[in-house]
Design a binder for this molecule. Structure first.
Ligand SMILES: NC(=O)C1=CN([C@@H]2O[C@H](COP(=O)(O)OP(=O)(O)OC[C@H]3O[C@@H](n4cnc5c(N)ncnc54)[C@H](O)[C@@H]3O)[C@@H](O)[C@H]2O)C=CC1
Ligand SMILES: O=C(OP(=O)(O)O)[C@H](O)COP(=O)(O)O
Length: 361
């Protein structure tokens, strides 16, 4: 059983902890926490041992009923691998701590790619992380674009990719972020940082990205254009290709899912923890082929899509599972299973109409 330490128990860290707990081959060794706040109480209620970033705050934790299991240094020493989910840039500062204990570690997408020897996406380059000591799980947007581009790259070849990212202003718990009432080119310079980040996964890819920020907390939305090297026979072939992808939900036009709000409602109706959507949500109706140019729109749940990627990255560093084996196990244990939404249209197509079946008699 792999002992996994989570250093930085925030939006990503707490979700990764819950996902690790669901794995048959992993256990949460503990979580590193800086502040004795409601999130720390939540960790304690979940029976996650809490380790303090700053041992001088031990009394503050004790005052809210949390007996610390130790310090983050202890957590790193006691873990087989650490998932660093601290704010952007802190992970790089923490790397010497992991090196000192010779504890392998994962970093998140807010870190510069130089923080680790490999930038990781389970669908594209799982093997490159096998037996590595450090890996960076790329950010939510890069994760979403990597999953989208992988089947196109494999089946048709990708000549050029252009993406406009309509990014959420901040997460629901990030009350200090915005914009509140504006649409902001962010970054205003073109291309944005997203293209080069996708190139940490697809080094040869010709990609230009443009970023904006808008007043929502729910999801990012990508408007994508890909010029393919080889033209598909028709758009149905492309739709079927995406339907075969385990972490892409092709949203069918019958479903009445017209934005992030209905996607989040779907996730909550499906009983997803925190209403999380681990998959890309690709509007089937937006998929359009003009010659060799493919267009579409997809939504990305920024708080969630990197979570299964972290679980797979843990297994990649451990080296005991292949990529497909790990992804299948992660998908099953998390319950990545919204495919029923799409399968219904196939069912309807196969079922025929009662009149037709009667007509045979
Ligand atoms: N929130 C998002 O939409 C996504 C974030 N990421 C990346 O994940 C990483 C974490 O982001 P979030 O979870 O959103 O941040 P967050 O701010 O929600 O959580 C970070 C946690 O780390 C704690 N912390 C701060 N300094 C620490 C230290 N020195 N040692 C241990 N813990 C410390 C904070 O108190 C907080 O609980 C960043 O690299 C971010 O770019 C990646 C994908 C999506
Ligand atoms: O870290 C993230 O969001 P945040 O840094 O805006 O909180 C997400 O990965 C999205 O970041 P990006 O839009 O810079 O890829």
């Amino acid at each position: 059983m792999l002992r996994v330490g989570i250093n930085g128990y925030g939006t990503i860290g707490k979700r990764v902890a819950d996902a690790v707990r669901k794995q048959p081959d992993m256990a949460v060794q503990g979580v590193g926490k800086r502040s004795p706040d409601y999130v720390a109480v939540g960790a304690d209620e979940e029976d996650y041992p809490v380790y303090a970033v700053d041992e001088d705050r031990a009394d503050e934790f004790r005052e809210i009923g949390i007996d610390l299991a130790g310090t983050v240094d202890d957590l790193v020493a006691e873990s087989d691998i650490v998932v660093d989910a601290t704010p952007s840039g802190i992970g790089a500062e923490n790397r010497p701590l992991y090196e000192r204990h010779e504890t392998p570690a994962l970093f998140q997408g807010g870190e510069d790619a130089t923080v680790a020897e490999v930038s990781f996406n389970a669908r594209v380059n799982y093997d490159e992380a096998e037996d590595a000591d450090y890996a960076r799980v790329v950010s939510c947007n890069t994760t979403g674009l990597s999953r989208f581009l992988a089947p196109l790259h494999e089946h048709y070849g990708v000549d050029k990719t252009r993406v406009t990212l309509v990014r959420r202003g901040g997460d629901p718990d990030q009350t200090g972020r915005g914009p509140i009432n504006d649409t902001v080119p962010d970054p205003v310079s073109i291309p944005s940082h997203h293209g080069p980040d996708v190139q940490t996964i697809f080094p040869e890819l010709d990609i230009d990205t443009i970023g904006l920020k808008v007043p929502t907390t729910m999801m990012h939305v990508h408007s994508v254009n890909v010029t393919l090297e080889n033209r598909p026979d028709d758009i149905d072939e492309v739709i079927d290709l995406f339907k075969s992808e385990d972490r892409i939900l092709t949203v069918p036009d019958y479903a009445g899912i017209d934005g992030a709000g209905t996607l989040k409602d779907l996730a909550q109706d499906a009983g997803r923890p925190r209403g999380d959507i681990w998959e890309n949500c690709l509007w089937e109706e937006s998929l359009t082929l003009q010659g060799q140019d493919l267009y579409c729109m997809q939504a990305i749940h920024q708080e969630a899509d990197v979570v299964p990627e972290n679980v797979d990255a843990i297994r990649a560093l451990e080296g005991d599972h292949s990529g497909p084996e790990s992804r299948a196990l992660t998908n099953e244990t998390l319950g990545i299973d919204l495919g029923y939404l799409t399968d219904r249209t196939d069912l309807t197509a196969n079922r025929g109409t009662p009149d037709e079946s009667l007509a045979d008699d």
